[in-house]
Design a protein around this ligand. Sequence first.
Ligand code: ADP
Ligand code: MG
Length: 278
Amino acid sequence: MFAEVFMAKIIAIANQKGGVGKTTTAVNLAASIAAAEKKTLLFDIDPQANATSGVGCDSKHSEKTTYEVLIGTVEASSAILQTSMPFLSLIPSHINLVGADIEIVNEHNRERKLHNALEQVRKKFDYIVIDCPPSLSLITLNALTAADSVLIPVQCEYYALEGLGQLLNTINMVKKTFNPNLDIEGVLMTMFDSRLRLSNQIVDEVKKYFGEKVFSTIVSRNVRLSEAPSFGKPILLYDALSSGTKHYMELAQEILKNHAKTSAHHAAHAKQHVSAVA
Ligand code: ADP
Ligand code: MG
């Protein structure tokens, strides 16, 4: 009845703590979704540019990066690079993104810059995965405003829950002010070590707090995951038989299934609505 305009689902990977597995998750989730032949865009918005080098791209001499996209001098579509995986594209980051917050802070719609930049690009992909910096800066606010959902990696470590309250407050503020449809995709436990009682305790504690929002997939500590970036490869190209590959493929399946479920729900809802009107 309605011509459906297809739009990519946008997932922001966020946690203001550094070293919790955001970039590892962004790179390997994006690669695993791409391996399922969904057109996927990895969007690196961290000035550290680890996701960019993590998929084997180099933006050192590029003038078409997230920075230019954010300040609006380059269209997002012309900043897209092809990676070595057929279904995986990238918008690369660059260290010059460090100062971008300050450059846009006085602009009208400063929180919607990425949202607006992605408007055209959204139609070309099935999924867009955003790797956020370790802060709740204006750039992260832009990602949360552009996203359909946020995936929160939590490291199985002491103080795992520390800072999550602040992150949830920020998510709620974004929902109220800029993006009422923002969902929590899920909380992903990372760097799990089954030999440590602590790891299990942390998972229990996080489950007490987040309940069903915790993904069934738990990513174990796997040295192959930490080696792969120095070869510029997602884990599934670096070591297809590693536990890292298995876990990130499982996570991708979980997310694809959840999306199919909610899309079916929305379609049924729309149909009901149409027949009610008819
Ligand atoms: P963030 O982006 O949140 O700062 P990273 O993804 O860069 O975190 O991860 C921090 C460090 O931990 C990196 O050196 C990364 O290679 C390593 N790492 C992440 N996940 C795992 C894992 N499951 N097993 C082993 N090392 C990991
Ligand atoms: Mg990172």
